[in-house]
Design a protein around this ligand. Structure first.
Ligand code: FAD
Length: 401
């Protein structure tokens, strides 16, 4: 069992590996490195694990990806969510897994070929259980949808989890690992052989392996090693809406309007609702992200187009029923994460550049450990950092990124 502690100042500590960042990606990485037999220290600057981007997320996962490198990461991740007790070897852990599916809906006839193409791609990639649902069938199966809803892809294996329980599950299931909260990384030490230490505001940790899981701050950590990682951080918001509306479709899947980029899903006591603004500008990495006063109204307005029950929900809303929060998606040049070592500095690894890092976290952490222990050759890792300088990357056409 691991320890989650606020350390006193220390002169010198040593670990086989240091993980920077205690979000869901860092916790998974620490878990897999420790499972591979390494002594691990994870350092998190905030008061607790899972308190920055991971806490801001809507906690969903989906198998429906059209890019092979993403499908290859998410499929084993979903399997690990489904078998989480066995993965972390904690019989009474409950990560609240809910599998009601992801429904990508359109009412635009011109989009139907895109849905057909996506379904074909899911089948080619071996994503099991994906369906294309058209016309009357759509209303029959999802009666909450507006009559003009025309077509959707759906996979009922998709769903959501508690990210807090999952992050702490990885931490508690780690062996020979310490999780230092309230400990900020301030520098990286490098000698002739590569990485040799991590400087923190509590002291120095000597190590030959560092994994950058700093979420929106991954670029800042990269600069500490003189590396300019091509990352963009972009604000994303969500609204929790408390409602006692009695006809709320509380069994609904995570439902996305592909035309206006809005989405919603049931949540205890109400719904989560949001929209992804494709024109949202890049913003500097930050802990406190301001929200827009009208974000909930705009999200409800957009969601009500294909989910008309939102109009009734909106009619009865009071200001205190709405809670808006925000975090930052991190994008790379091809909108896929960076996982594994970098050639420039021996011992420096990345697990960053995630815009959907919750759902990728189990397999992303495992891949870091597999490469570090020689189980996987980084050349066979399509998400390696060197793909950018090799020019071996391209943007995909996955929905709603
Ligand atoms: C509104 C919204 C909805 C989302 N919905 C989903 C979703 O449904 N599904 C999904 O898969 N993803 C979703 N995401 C994205 C997802 O939340 C992130 O990709 C994921 O949480 C990234 O996890 P992480 O561990 O890399 O980052 P974080 O959770 O941000 O963790 C990084 C940690 O590093 C720490 N850190 C940074 N710098 C330092 C330092 N110098 N020293 C020590 N510690 C440091 C930070 O304090 C932070 O705790 C959503 C994001 C948002 C904003």
């Amino acid at each position: 069992m691991s320890e989650i502690i606020v350390p006193q100042n220390f002169e010198n500590k040593t670990a086989d590996a240091v993980v920077i960042g205690g979000g869901i990606v860092g916790a998974s990485t620490a878990f897999w490195l420790s499972k591979a037999g390494m002594s691990v220290i994870l350092v998190e600057k905030r008061d607790g694990l899972s308190t920055l981007t991971t806490a801001a997320s809507v906690e969903c996962f989906r198998t429906q990806f059209t890019e092979k490198s993403m499908a290859d990461l998410v499929l084993p991740s979903v399997e690990m969510f489904e078998n989480f007790k066995d993965v972390v070897n904690i019989p009474d852990i409950d990560i609240g897994i809910t599998q009601k599916g992801y429904l990508f809906v359109t009412d635009d006839p011109d989009m139907v070929p895109d849905l057909e193409k996506a379904l074909k791609r899911y089948n080619e990639l071996g994503v099991p259980g994906s369906e294309l649902i058209i016309g009357d069938d759509l209303q029959k199966r999802f009666p909450f949808l507006a009559p003009q809803a025309l077509a959707a892809t759906f996979n009922n294996r998709d769903g959501w989890i508690s990210t807090h329980e999952t992050t702490y599950g990885f931490a508690k299931g780690s062996k020979n690992a310490s999780f230092f909260t309230k400990t900020k990384v301030t520098g990286l030490q490098i000698d002739g052989k590569g990485i040799c230490g991590v400087e923190t505001d509590k002291g120095i940790i000597q190590t030959r392996l560092v994994v950058n899981c700093a979420g929106p701050y991954a670029g800042v950590i990269g600069k500490m090693a003189g590396i300019d990682i091509p990352l963009r951080t972009v604000r994303r918001q969500k609204a929790y809406i408390r409602t006692s509306y009695k006809n709320l479709p509380s069994d609904a899947p995570f439902t996305v309007d592909l035309v206006n980029h809005s989405y919603w899903r049931p949540e205890a006591g109400g719904v989560l609702c949001a929209w992804v603004n494709p024109d949202e500008p890049e913003s500097a990495p930050a802990d406190d992200i301001a929200t827009d006063w009208d974000f909930a109204a705009e999200s409800i307005h957009r969601a009500s187009r294909l989910n008309p029950f939102f109009e009734t929900v909106a009619d009865n809303l009071k200001a205190e029923d709405i809670d808006i929060s925000a975090g930052q998606y991190v994008y790379t040049l091809d909108d896929k994460p960076i996982i594994g070592p970098i050639d420039e500095i021996e011992g420096l690894y990345m697990n960053c550049g995630h815009w959907c890092g919750v759902m990728m976290s189990p397999a992303a952490g495992k891949r870091v450990a597999d490469i570090a222990t020689g189980k996987m050759n980084n050349k066979n890792n399509p998400l390696r950092y060197s793909r950018f300088k090799e020019g071996d990357f391209e943007k995909g056409d996955t929905f709603l990124k």
